[in-house]
Design a protein around this ligand. Structure first.
Ligand code: ATP
Ligand code: MG
Length: 129
């Protein structure tokens, strides 16, 4: 079971988030895990669209009872990953909480952020249930 979703607009992010929840439900995940995966997808997807110039999300089931989300963009990358993970850190000019990455990290069993300045960012979040 593998699903690839485009992340070009914030509308795409909403679709991806709802799709991730349904996907988790079909995989047998409990409600709490479904909503947490939807939130992770929403935060990672909005980062890819707003900071990374768009990209795509891939949902897979690498093992039983394990949901894996990968979000890839080809934007400017994150200069200081450690700083970006701290709640309240935001470089955007719009109003934001700067809590997206921190929230993803807290809600994930495995969290990985690979970024290369100038060539983009890959975020991996795994949830087990
Ligand atoms: N995919 C990305 N590409 C480039 N920079 C990113 C990416 N994701 C996050 N960042 C940088 O990390 C910062 C923190 O991201 P985070 O999601 O925590 O907060 P935010 O997007 O600014 O606000 P929000 O709380 O609305 O998500 C961003 O302001 C941005 O500078
Ligand atoms: Mg964000």
């Amino acid at each position: 079971m593998m699903l690839e979703l485009p992340l070009t607009t914030l509308g795409d992010v909403d679709v991806a988030s709802v799709t991730a929840r349904t996907w988790a439900q079909r995989a047998g995940a409990p409600k709490q895990v479904q909503w947490e995966l939807a939130l992770i997808t929403s935060e990672a997807g909005s980062n890819a669209v707003l900071h990374g110039g768009g990209g795509h999300a891939t949902l897979t089931l690498p093992e039983p009872r394990t949901l894996r989300l990968e979000v890839v963009d080809h934007g400017p990358g994150i200069g200081d990953v450690a700083a970006a993970l701290v709640d309240g850190y935001s470089k955007g000019s719009r109003v934001s909480l700067g809590c997206g990455l921190g929230a993803i990290q807290r809600l994930s069993d495995v969290f990985e952020l690979r970024t290369l300045p100038g060539s983009g960012t890959t975020l991996i979040a795994v949830k087990r249930f």
